[in-house]
Design a protein around this ligand. Structure first.
Ligand SMILES: O=C(O)c1cc(=O)[nH]c(=O)n1[C@@H]1O[C@H](COP(=O)(O)O)[C@@H](O)[C@H]1O
Length: 299
């Protein structure tokens, strides 16, 4: 099955459009895990990150279709962090949870091929199902990813309209009568159209932030064949109402990422009293169930 079809199947199976973001941060780990790190060595933190993320996967594997490990937090720990990232991806695959690796990679065509070869598909050393990709280098930097997606039934999520407040400086620029982000969307639709599955989706997904609901609606209709990854829910202020426009009728077409609000739910006032640090895994599960209920869009 293609990545788009696997994602649709996982959404239907779990009846969830929640993507749990695996963004471990030293300062926010539950106390019990922080205490396992005695010498402040990267290897110790990496072991704590692996345990943290694998226990999150244990808590949510039956509740969500996918997770999104953020490479930056693992890279912060150097080589030990990269080993941890590999272990977390492998564990997610074992648990039958799709992995969208958040690396926001890209480069000139030949180097883009190397990134695609590295990250995409179960046959690759990293083994992720999909990868976030920057469009800034143009069409010939996206095509190598598409070729690997075709060969390995993988997917990419290309940055279209990002959730951060400053994204508009470049993305909202008008050029030839349209915004830059709309031009990126046009390119994705052109590349996706000949590659759609029975639900109408191709391997080129898009990233559109929950913090821009109007643009999300605009992008939903501009990219009928793209799964949309919607970050910015929860900690960045996006709410259920803001992401509605990202979905097609029936509830396919988008997954909504939340990282901090789920993985550090034990510290949120609404969960802290019931669960606290000691039962942080239960807080993660409760926060995921709450998000599933808020986003109840799957028929
Ligand atoms: O590609 C992304 O996932 C991404 C794109 C974007 O526009 N905004 C955005 O926040 N993200 C990522 O989504 C996650 C959001 O984390 P929280 O704000 O903690 O839910 C982080 O890993 C970000 O790097």
């Amino acid at each position: 099955m293609t990545f788009a079809s696997r994602l649709a199947a996982a959404v239907r199976r779990t009846r969830s459009v929640t993507c749990v973001g695996l963004d471990p941060r030293k300062a926010n780990l539950p106390a019990g895990l922080r205490e396992t790190v005695q010498g402040d060595r990267p290897e110790e933190w990496a072991a704590a990150y692996t345990q943290f993320c694998c226990e999150i996967l244990d808590a949510v594997a039956d509740l969500v279709p996918c997770v999104k490990p953020q490479a930056a937090f693992f890279e912060q720990l150097g080589p030990a962090g990269m080993i941890s990232l590999g272990e977390v991806i492998a564990y997610a695959r074992k648990k039958d949870v799709l992995v969208i690796l958040d690396g926001k990679r890209n480069d000139i065509g030949s180097t883009a091929t190397a990134y695609a070869d590295a990250y995409l598909g179960g046959e690759s050393p990293w083994g992720s199902d999909a990868l976030t990709v920057s469009p800034y280098l143009g069409r010939d930097s996206i095509e190598p990813f598409v070729e690997v997606c075709d060969a390995r039934r993988a997917g990419i999520f290309v940055l279209v309209k990002t959730s951060n407040p400053g994204g508009g400086l470049l993305q909202n620029r008008q050029t030839d009568g349209q915004t830059v982000y709309a031009r990126v969307a046009e390119l994705l639709t052109e590349l996706n159209a000949p590659r759609t599955d029975s639900d109408g989706y191709g391997p080129l997904g898009a990233v559109v932030g929950a913090t821009y609901p109007q643009e999300l609606a605009e992008m939903r209709s501009a990219m009928p064949h793209s799964w949309i990854l919607i970050p910015g829910f929860g900690a960045q202020g996006g709410a259920a109402e803001d992401v509605k426009a990202g979905f097609h009728p029936g509830g396919l077409g988008a997954v909504v990422n939340s990282s901090r609000h789920i993985i550090f739910a034990h510290a949120r006032p609404e969960f802290a009293e019931t669960y606290g640090d000691a039962r942080w895994q239960d807080a993660v599960r409760a926060a995921t169930e709450q998000m599933n209920q808020q986003l109840n869009v799957v028929d």
